[in-house]
Design a protein. Structure first.
Length: 751
C-alpha cells in the first residue's frame, strides 16, 4: 500500500494514500471540529466546520482554506489546524457563526443538550455574543418521521448525515434534502412509506438535536445517566450496545462502536426493543389447589425439588434461546448431573428435527466466519436466510461489501425481498425444500461463503445437502440463527443426544402425562404449535418454569421461579461468528440467575452442579469456548431426510420467515415500532390482482388475510406470508378474500 507523509501542526504523519486529512489528524490525536464528517459515510463537505489552512498542498504551493474531511492527504503536504493557524481558526469561527444564525438556543430543553457537538463547539470555538439581530428561521415542530423518530427542522445544520445514512448504509431513503438556499431543509425521502429497520441510527448520528427518538425525548440528561457497554440480546449478530440507565431504569440503548461487528450501527429492534424490570416477577410461586400462590424461595425450591424427584427421571428440560452461556451450561448440567436425562433441547422454536440436531452438533467448532470475511469474499450465498429480518448486522455488512467491494450476493429464496433488492442480489427463485438443487447449480469456490438460516432446519435435506456441497466446492458455510443464546446453548450442551428427546417429542410426551418439564425462558408462541404446547403444559405431571416475567409458561407451571433478567446479570453470548461476547449488568444485578436457582435446586435434590459461583461458571464457559475453537470441522454425516409435505393439486407451497419487528414480539415495549405491513407475495396468479385482499389457508383451517403483492420473479407454486403460523414448506391455498371480510389480520404472528 502506498503511503504518504504530511505535516499537521508541525507533526509528521504517515498514512495510506487516499486518507483524508481529518483522519490523518485523528491518527496523531489532533482534533478537528466537524459536523457532517462521519468515518463510515462518504465525505460531502457540507458543514465546512473542519476548515484547515493549507500553506503547502505538497507541490510547494498553498491553497485557500479547505475542508479537512474531503481533502486527501498528499506527500509533503503542510496542514495547520485552528490550534496553530489564525486562518483556520477564523474560518471555523465564521462557519460556526453562520450555523448558529438560524439554530435555536434551546439547549436547556433539547435532548442533545450535554452531548451535542454543536453545543460543545459553540462553547469551545464560538463567539461569546451573536452579531445576528434578525429573526431566526422557524418551522412547525416536531415533525413525526416514523413511530420512533421526531424531527425538529430548525435545529438542523444540514450536514446530510441522515440522508447519506439512508443512501449508503441501510438503503432506506426515509429522508432527503429539499428546497434551496435558506429554505433548504430535511424532508421525507423517496422511501418515506417504507419501514426502515435502522431508523434509530439517524437519532444517534445527527450531530444536533434535530432528530430525536420518541422513546427518549425529555426523559433524561446525559450527565444523569450511567452507561454500560454490553452485547445486544435481540439476535445472534453480537452487536456491541451502550445501555444508559437512570435510577436503575434503562432509558435508552445506543449502538456502541465495535468495528469487527456492528461498526457504529444497530437495528431498531436492538435499540428500542427493551423492557424495564418493573413488570418482572417478584416472588416465587407454587400452585396450591389449582392457583399459583406466592411463597418464599426455600418453599418454592423445596416444592420444585420434591416434584422433580417424584418424576424419577421422566423429565425434559427446555431452555429457551435467551440464555447466556453460563446459564445454558447450568441447564445442561442440571439435566445430565441432577435429572440424569438426555432430554434437553434449547430449540424452543419452530424447527427441531433430528437432522438439524445432527447438523448443529457440528457447529460452534473451529474459528468461524468473521464479518470481515463477508467483505473479503467474492460471493455470498444466502440459503433460507433473510439477513435484513433475521440478522440485520449481516445485512448491513453485506450491503457495505456490495457497495464498496463489489461483492456478489446470491439469494436462494422464494421471492425477491426488499433486503435482496437492497443488496442487489441475484435471486434464484426457489421453493422451500428445493434449496439444495439450486445450490448445486451455483458455481462455488474457496471465495464463496454460504450463510444458512435457522429455518433451513425445518426443510428436510437442506442442512446436510448444503453442507456437503459446500465441502465439495471448498467453500465455507456458517449457520446464522435468530436468537442470541442459540449457539451458546448448543456449545454448552443443550441439544438432545443419544436417546434424548427433542422439544416436540418432549411436549408430545408431556401432553400424554408421561413427562415433567423444566422450562427456562420459553416463549410458547415461538414453537411450531403454540396451542399444542399449552395443552402439553396442562397435561404434564409437573412443570417448573424459570422466568423473568409472567408468561404463558408461568401461567401453566406448578412452580414458578423468578430469575434475573439479562439487564441484571453478567454472562456470555456466542454470536453467529462463534465469537464470545460479554454481557454486562446494566442495572443493579439480581443474584437469582438461572444458574444460581438451578444450583440451589440441585443442592436440594442432593446433587452438585459444580457451578458454585458466577466466576466458576464463567471460567467453565471460557474453557468451553477455547476448546471448541480448537476443534477441527466435523465430518458431514448422512441423515435420511424426512419427506417434505406433498403439494396437493389445488395447493401452494408456503414460504415464510420471521420479520424483524413483528408485533407479537415480547421484547418490544414502549416504542411504537411499526412492523412492515403484512402482505402476501406470490407470482402472477390467475384471477388474483395485486393490491387486493387474499386469504392463505393452511391444512389446519387457520387463515391469514392480507393484501397481495405480485412478484414476477417469485418461485412457481409458492406463496410467501410474513410470520406465517405454519412452517415453511407447508401446503396452503390462496384465494381472493370475500368482499365482506373485516380488517386484514395475520393470525399466529410470533417472535
Ligand atoms: S437532521 Fe441532523 S443529521 Fe440530518 S441533516 Fe440535519 S443535522 Fe444533519
Ligand atoms: S466536517 Fe468537513 S465539511 Fe463538515
Amino acid at each position: 500500500m502506498t503511503e504518504v507523509t504530511l505535516h499537521i501542526d508541525g507533526v509528521a504523519v504517515t498514512v495510506p494514500k487516499g486518507t483524508k486529512v481529518i483522519r490523518a489528524a485523528e491518527s496523531v490525536g489532533i482534533d478537528i471540529p466537524r459536523f457532517c464528517d462521519h468515518p463510515l459515510l462518504d465525505p460531502v463537505a457540507a458543514c465546512r466546520q473542519c476548515m484547515v489552512d493549507v500553506p503547502d498542498a505538497g507541490n510547494g504551493r498553498g491553497m485557500k482554506p479547505q475542508p479537512a474531511c474531503a481533502l486527501d492527504a498528499m506527500d509533503n503536504m503542510v496542514i495547520n489546524t485552528a490550534t496553530t493557524s489564525d486562518v483556520a481558526r477564523s474560518a471555523q469561527e465564521g462557519m460556526l457563526e453562520f450555523l448558529l444564525i438560524n439554530h435555536p438556543l434551546d439547549c436547556p430543553m433539547c435532548d442533545k443538550g450535554g452531548e451535542c457537538p454543536l453545543q460543545n463547539q459553540a462553547m469551545a470555538n464560538g463567539r461569546g455574543e451573536s452579531r445576528y439581530g434578525g429573526i431566526k428561521r422557524t418551522y412547525p415542530k416536531p415533525t413525526q418521521l416514523t413511530g420512533v423518530l421526531l424531527l425538529d427542522r430548525e435545529r438542523c445544520v444540514l450536514c446530510q448525515r441522515c440522508t447519506r445514512f439512508g443512501e449508503q448504509i441501510s438503503g432506506d431513503r426515509l429522508l432527503s434534502l429539499v428546497e434551496r438556499g435558506a429554505a433548504s431543509q430535511i424532508s421525507s425521502g423517496p422511501d418515506r412509506d417504507q419501514v426502515s429497520y435502522f431508523s434509530g441510527n439517524l437519532a444517534q448520528i445527527c450531530p444536533v438535536g434535530a432528530i430525536t427518538s420518541v422513546d427518549y425525548r425529555f426523559q433524561s440528561r446525559p450527565f444523569d445517566l450511567v452507561s454500560t457497554t454490553t452485547t445486544c440480546d435481540n439476535c445472534a449478530a453480537g452487536c456491541s450496545l451502550r445501555v444508559d440507565q437512570r435510577h436503575g431504569d434503562v432509558r435508552r440503548r445506543l449502538a456502541a462502536t465495535d468495528m469487527e461487528v456492528n461498526e457504529e450501527w444497530n437495528c431498531d429492534r436492538g435499540r428500542f426493543g427493551f423492557r424495564s424490570e418493573s413488570d418482572a416477577l417478584t416472588s416465587p410461586m407454587v400452585r396450591v389447589d389449582g392457583e399459583l400462590q406466592p411463597v418464599s424461595w426455600p418453599q418454592a425450591l423445596s416444592a420444585a425439588a420434591a416434584g422433580l424427584k417424584k418424576l424419577d427421571g421422566q423429565v425434559g428440560v427446555i431452555p429457551g434461546g435467551r440464555l447466556t452461556m453460563e446459564n445454558a451450561l447450568a441447564y445442561a448440567r442440571f439435566a445430565s448431573e441432577v435429572l440424569n436425562t438426555a432430554n434437553i433441547d434449547a430449540r424452543a422454536r419452530r424447527s427441531a428435527s433430528a437432522e438439524e440436531a445432527d447438523f448443529l452438533q457440528r457447529q460452534a467448532r473451529g474459528a468461524g466466519i468473521a464479518y470481515d470475511d463477508l467483505e473479503k469474499a467474492r460471493q455470498v450465498v444466502l440459503v433460507a436466510l433473510e439477513p435484513e429480518d433475521e440478522c440485520p448486522m449481516v445485512f448491513l455488512r453485506l450491503r457495505k461489501a456490495v457497495r464498496k467491494a463489489g461483492l456478489n450476493v446470491t439469494a436462494i429464496a422464494p421471492i425477491t425481498s426488499s433486503g435482496s433488492a437492497k443488496l442487489n442480489a441475484k435471486v434464484v427463485p426457489t421453493a422451500p425444500g428445493d434449496e439444495v438443487s439450486a445450490l448445486a447449480n451455483l458455481k462455488m469456490d474457496a471465495d464463496t461463503i454460504v450463510l444458512v438460516g435457522e429455518r433451513a432446519g425445518s426443510l428436510p435435506g437442506v442442512l446436510p445437502g448444503a453442507e456437503a456441497l459446500v465441502q465439495k466446492a471448498g467453500a465455507r458455510l456458517a449457520w446464522v440463527p435468530r436468537r442470541a443464546g442459540e449457539l451458546g446453548a448448543l456449545a454448552a450442551g443443550c441439544l438432545p443426544s443419544g436417546k434424548g428427546l427433542a422439544v416436540d417429542e418432549m411436549l408430545a410426551q408431556a401432553a400424554q402425562g408421561k413427562l415433567g418439564l423444566v422450562l427456562g425462558g420459553v416463549d410458547l408462541d415461538d414453537l411450531a404449535d403454540p396451542s399444542a404446547a399449552r395443552q402439553a403444559l396442562v397435561q404434564a405431571p409437573f412443570v417448573v418454569s424459570l422466568e423473568v416475567r409472567p408468561s404463558a409458561a408461568t401461567d401453566l407451571a406448578d412452580v414458578v421461579l423468578p430469575v434475573a433478567s439479562l439487564a441484571q446479570q453478567a454472562g456470555t453470548f456466542m454470536d453467529w461468528t462463534l465469537t464470545a461476547r460479554a454481557v454486562e449488568p446494566v442495572v443493579p444485578p439480581q443474584p437469582m440467575t438461572d444458574r444460581r436457582v438451578l444450583a440451589e435446586l440441585a443442592r436440594r435434590m442432593g446433587a452438585d452442579l459444580g457451578l458454585p459461583s458466577y466466576a466458576a461458571a464463567h471460567q467453565s464457559v471460557q474453557d468451553l469456548v477455547t476448546s471448541r475453537a480448537a476443534l477441527a470441522p466435523a465430518p458431514v454425516s448422512a441423515v435420511k431426510p424426512a419427506p417434505m409435505p406433498t403439494t396437493r393439486s389445488d395447493g401452494l407451497t408456503l414460504a415464510s420467515w420471521r420479520t424483524l419487528l413483528t408485533t407479537a414480539s415480547r421484547c418490544l415495549d414502549g416504542a411504537d415500532l411499526a412492523p412492515r405491513p403484512p402482505s402476501v407475495v406470490a407470482g402472477p396468479h390467475a384471477g388474483l390482482v395485486a393490491g387486493t385482499s387474499v386469504v392463505v389457508r393452511g391444512s389446519d383451517g387457520v387463515a391469514v388475510e392480507a393484501p397481495l403483492a405480485i412478484d414476477p420473479n417469485a418461485a412457481a407454486g409458492v406463496v410467501w406470508v410474513p410470520d406465517a403460523p405454519w412452517a415453511p414448506g407447508a401446503v396452503v391455498t390462496l384465494e381472493p378474500a370475500a368482499p365482506t371480510t373485516p380488517t386484514p389480520e395475520v393470525q399466529g404472528g410470533e417472535r
